[in-house]
Design a protein around this ligand. Structure first.
Ligand code: PMP
Length: 447
């Protein structure tokens, strides 16, 4: 593949944009390809190379790059009517009603402009509502570029993970290993009365994918309820991706107090949202006292894109299609791994998938290596013991080999995966069985 144009664009970008990109993960080595346009399940780069796209904007694109007609025309008509007003519009109410109707935890919702903004506001809300300062997060979990969650360390002490964050922020944050019941119980025993909230992705999507082991989310629900702390599910990735319109909380049958959304709920435009019980969400200004505000919040074009995206999914076979192809892809990759790389583990559920370059696997790995329900198949999965259950398990994988060799090999074969071991990949409604077959061929060669 020729990448001359991308290389030239990257050189230009490096002079005026730090690192040449506007979000760090995009800076793939040795330089990123610059996208010229999307086309269905594919992207075409500045040199005319075509890739089957499993990045899908890091999650927001449920339909890939061909938006269904009702989504397209809603976006265009709202943009044509003047993009925004600083006064409320009907489309915000439509989307809020839709989310409240489908997502178990949501009675009310406040829209913002990014996943980061949603988690920042959710943490402030939890602190304001409970009058407590401490929050518990999962090691390796990600909640955007916010001061309170950019921490590293463990239950005995945390430090900011980036320069520029006063250590006072980390003092109030307790990182624990995901799926570890003993640790969270000990943390609640010691700090229970000071914990405003446990904030977690129901499935770790930025360090894995890591699925919850059977009973873990249920235990978080019990502990937070017992101690009058809030349980916040960050469904920025899983929202309207896993568990269909009910989201991961519906799939797992665990209802948090507060849910943060982003990505799909904006139909491909910048978005975030904080939903939950009215009693809690109404603490936000102007109904309550916890300050929350934004010039672009509830942007009509975004709201229209999100509403029509979800309505179309409710009325068509969208989740059936993406989940079926997701399953086919996971099963196909697992078979290839069993044959060629038996220590590697295929993880994911619904339309999320990833191959983790774990270092060990069962000696007789076969088709059972498909990790469709993740670690919840404690009794039936031959790989249970080897399947990553914490962020640290994934970090222990062959992450350099994944990024430096495997990702490049796939890219050169026209398959666009997320460029490191840690980020999820997604199937869209635009993908076809033929795309899956081509992708599996590429896996077979690259692995
Ligand atoms: N929470 C989770 C679970 C995420 O995956 C992300 C982004 N990948 C965020 C929050 C932050 O969202 P944004 O990038 O829109 O600020």
């Amino acid at each position: 593949m020729n990448h001359d144009e991308s290389r030239a664009l990257y050189d230009r970008a490096l002079s005026v944009i730090p690192g040449g990109v506007n979000s760090s993960v995009r800076a793939t080595r040795p330089y990123p390809f610059f996208v010229q346009r999307g086309d269905g399940a594919h992207v075409v780069d500045a040199d005319g190379n075509r890739y089957i796209d499993y990045v899908n904007g890091y999650g927001p694109l449920l339909y890939g790059h061909d938006l269904p007609e009702p989504v397209q025309s809603a976006i265009q008509s709202h943009a044509a009517e003047g993009p925004m007003y600083g006064a409320p519009t009907e489309i915000e109410v439509d989307l809020a009603e839709f989310v409240a109707r489908h997502v178990p935890s949501v009675e009310m919702v406040r829209f913002v402009n990014s996943g980061t903004e949603a988690t920042v506001s959710a943490v402030r809300l939890a602190r304001g509502y409970t009058g407590r300062d401490k929050i518990v997060v999962m090691q390796g979990g990600y909640h955007g570029a916010q001061e309170s969650t950019l921490v590293e360390g463990g239950p005995d002490g945390a430090e900011p993970s980036s320069p520029g964050i006063p250590s006072a922020f980390a003092e109030h944050t307790i990182p624990v290993p995901f799926n570890d019941v003993d640790t969270i119980e000990a943390v609640f025993e010691e700090h229970g009365d000071d914990i405003a909230a446990v904030l977690t992705e129901p499935i770790l999507g930025n360090t894995g994918i890591v699925l919850p082991v059977d009973g873990y989310l249920e235990r978080l629900r019990e502990l937070t309820a017992t101690h009058d702390s809030l349980l916040i599910f960050d469904e920025v990735i899983t929202g309207f991706r896993v568990g269909g319109l009910q989201c991961a909380q519906g799939k797992f049958g665990v209802t948090p107090d507060v849910t943060t959304f982003g990505k799909i709920v904006g139909g491909g435009f910048p978005v975030g949202a904080i939903g939950g019980k009215s009693e809690i969400i109404e603490q936000f200004t102007p109904a309550g006292e916890v300050f929350q505000s934004g010039t672009f919040s509830g942007h009509p074009v975004t709201m229209a894109a999100g509403y029509e995206t979800l309505k179309y999914a409710a009325e068509n076979d969208v989740y059936e299609h993406v989940n079926r192809l997701g399953e086919r892809l996971r099963r196909g990759i697992a078979e290839i791994c069993a044959d060629q790389a038996p220590s590697y583990t295929v993880v994911g559920t619904d339309s999320m998938f990833k191959t983790i370059f774990t270092r060990e696997g069962p000696a007789d790995a076969d088709e059972e290596g498909v990790c469709d329900a993740g670690c919840r198949q404690r009794d039936s999965c031959a790989r249970y013991e080897y399947c990553p259950k914490t962020g640290a398990d994934v970090a222990d994988a062959e992450t350099e080999r994944w990024e430096r060799i495997f990702w490049q090999e796939m890219k050169e074969r026209g398959i666009f995966l997320t460029a490191n071991q840690f980020e999820s990949q997604f199937v869209s409604y635009a993908h076809t069985d033929e795309d899956i077959e081509r992708t599996l061929e590429a896996y077979k060669e690259a692995l």
